[in-house]
Design a protein around this ligand. Structure first.
Ligand code: ATP
Length: 264
């Protein structure tokens, strides 16, 4: 698979909020995107799957396996979302429908994309729930989102994103809303899912330590642009751009420490 974004621009109310972004994700690649709040990370991810807010103007090219997605009808984009590209967002509570059981929601993309029957969907939903390590899945799948903890809800959102076995998973700050101990478990889960399935991963965070853990190649964004790109270990040990240096310093200040002498 290849996701190739070239010269992506997004304007909202005439203001450029993503400005000339290029990125490429290939087979089994793990790409990280870091940047301060408001730097355009989320809008870049949303543009990749045609989920930009209403009224946003998009320019440039977004090619999925060579097919141009920019300007594609939403019906066609919906076929690609979930089936080819799975997405997990920061706040699972808003990603889930409060009035449907989590089991029903995990199965959505199987019904939508593959038209599988009830029994087969149930079987696969249960397997996905086990795969994302939801406790007591048989019982939990009959519950509603508000009856789950934040970590459990995020595991449901992950199961929903990966159940149709997408070739690419885009995870936008997937652990930011979770407390630290729950975060660690969810990161381990991403690691295992990506390793087991061979999916490619785009992992977005404002925390360079998380991105360095999850991705090998990293883009640093600031004010809608990519200001630095390179292997995670190089960015950590020798950050070039002041924004990258600031992100490394911020990560160190929160207790995560690369070797001090290596940080500019
Ligand atoms: N629906 C919207 N309407 C108007 N402006 C928006 C909208 N969504 C995002 N923006 C603006 O676009 C810019 C980029 O936002 P984006 O959400 O991509 O940033 P981000 O890097 O993901 O930040 P965060 O880490 O806080 O999620 C910001 O200035 C933001 O205020």
């Amino acid at each position: 698979m290849t996701l190739q974004i070239t010269d992506l621009t997004v304007r909202i109310g005439g203001v450029p909020v993503v400005d000339g972004v290029d990125l490429r994700v290939g087979d089994a690649q793990r790409l990280g995107i870091i940047g301060e709040s408001g730097s355009g990370k989320t809008l870049t991810a949303l543009a990749s799957v045609g989920l930009l807010p209403l009224g946003a103007q998009v320019g440039g090219s977004i090619r999925w396996n060579g097919r141009e997605l920019a300007g594609l009808h939403d019906r066609d984009l919906a076929r690609i979302r979930g089936r080819d590209i799975g997405v997990v967002f920061q706040e699972p509570a808003t990603a889930l429908d409060p009035i449907r059981t989590v089991g029903a929601q995990i199965g959505d993309s199987l019904r939508l994309h593959y038209g599988l029957g009830r029994r087969e969907v149930r079987r696969r939903v249960l397997r996905a729930a086990e795969q994302v390590r939801l406790p007591d899945p048989e019982r939990l799948l009959r519950r509603y989102p508000h009856e789950l903890s934040g970590g459990q809800r995020q595991r449901v959102a992950i199961a929903q994103a990966v159940i149709a076995r997408p070739a690419l998973l885009i995870a936008d700050e997937p652990t930011t809303a979770l407390d630290v101990t729950v975060q660690a478990g969810v990161l381990d889960l991403f690691d295992d899912l990506v390793a087991d399935t061979g999916m490619s991963l785009v992992f977005i965070s404002h925390d360079i330590s998380l991105v360095a853990r999850m991705a090998r190649d990293v883009l640093v964004m600031s004010h809608g642009r990519v200001v630095e790109a390179g292997p995670a270990d190089r960015l950590l040990s020798a950050p070039d751009h002041p924004v990258t240096q600031g992100l490394v310093r911020a990560a160190r200040a929160t207790g995560w420490c690369p070797r001090e002498e290596e940080v500019a």
